[in-house]
Ligand binder design. Sequence first.
Ligand SMILES: [Mn+2]
Length: 243
Amino acid sequence: MIPNILIPLATQNDQRPIIYKLNQTYAEAICRAGGNPIMVARPDDQTLQELLSTIDGILLAGGHDVDPNTYGEEKNEHTCNVDQDRDRVEITLARLAQEKNIPILGICRGLQVMNITLGGSLYQHLTTDLSGSLTHDMHDGQKRNFLAHEVEIKSGSLLAQIYGGGKAMTNSLHHQGIKRLSNKLTASGATSDGLIEAVELRGHPFYIGVQWHPEELLDEPSTRLFQAFIAAAKNKNAGTKAF
Ligand SMILES: [Mn+2]
């Protein structure tokens, strides 16, 4: 059985016409790990519910900023290109994944959506809002696989089982990040400036978010992360942990 992985498309709304899109690397990473990506646009909530019976896992990809209203804050001048309909779709999926034990992997914005869904909040701009912040936004002038910083992986976490514990060198393509961590989530990785860069939901078969972009890296830990996600998706209806 090849597990179907639902991926809401990102929105490119800083130009006209507005485009729904997905970087090729996400789909390739899912395929390499043995899954089948199923891209969707903006289904209504009822359609989303029905779609869930046909899929085995959910991937929340990167993209533009989430509307700060979703975590009770006013939008400041650094938050841009909000798509409230994408926020609705992804927050609904992150909630349903929690409730129904559906394996879910959140990448970059995806991790942020998971944290917001479960009651956390974001820094709207790390450079100005997180004192002593490292340089996390490598969008300008660097390749997307540029290894920007270390992430300390918390021992005892699911992520440590996958990454082998210790430190991981990762890329970094984000200007926002977790401010208040959801009290349901566990921090499983952080950078030296104190920013939480990985989260997981204990007791769930696979509810993992990472702030970096493993789909752009072809190293072994990134490969194992996608393999573990697809293994959990294959196991979705078995009701047991995949690893
Ligand atoms: Mn970073």
